[in-house]
Design a protein. Structure first.
Length: 105
């Protein structure tokens, strides 16, 4: 029976320069200091030009902003005395009060 030998050659790959691989850290460092690498890495750092919002997207953003503003206005200027009818009270009995009886749960 014959065996199979697999040779693995580790390499360092430059993310800025597709296809550029280096066997040693010294080779990679030399590449990283080259003008080609600097040029490629600068192009990757620049954000792509953003496209303007479509009219439909702009309308959605405006509607969401309006709803958020109305919700904020409703919470700050509420005149209904029953708005906080289920506001939580103190969790533990105050000194001198008796705790509520358990329902057996």
């Amino acid at each position: 029976m014959r065996g199979v030998i697999r040779v693995v050659q580790p390499a360092l790959e430059c993310r800025s320069c597709p296809g550029d691989r280096f066997r040693t850290a010294v080779e990679f460092r030399r590449h990283a200091e080259s003008e080609i690498h600097m040029h490629n890495s600068m192009q990757q750092q620049q954000p792509p030009l953003s496209e303007p919002l479509s009219h439909e997207m702009e309308d959605v953003v405006n509607q969401i902003t309006l709803l958020a503003a109305r919700a904020a206005q409703d919470t700050t200027s509420s005149k209904d005395p029953n708005v906080n009818f289920c506001a939580p009270g103190p969790r533990f009995p105050q000194p001198g009060e008796l705790p509520l009886a358990s329902a057996g749960h």
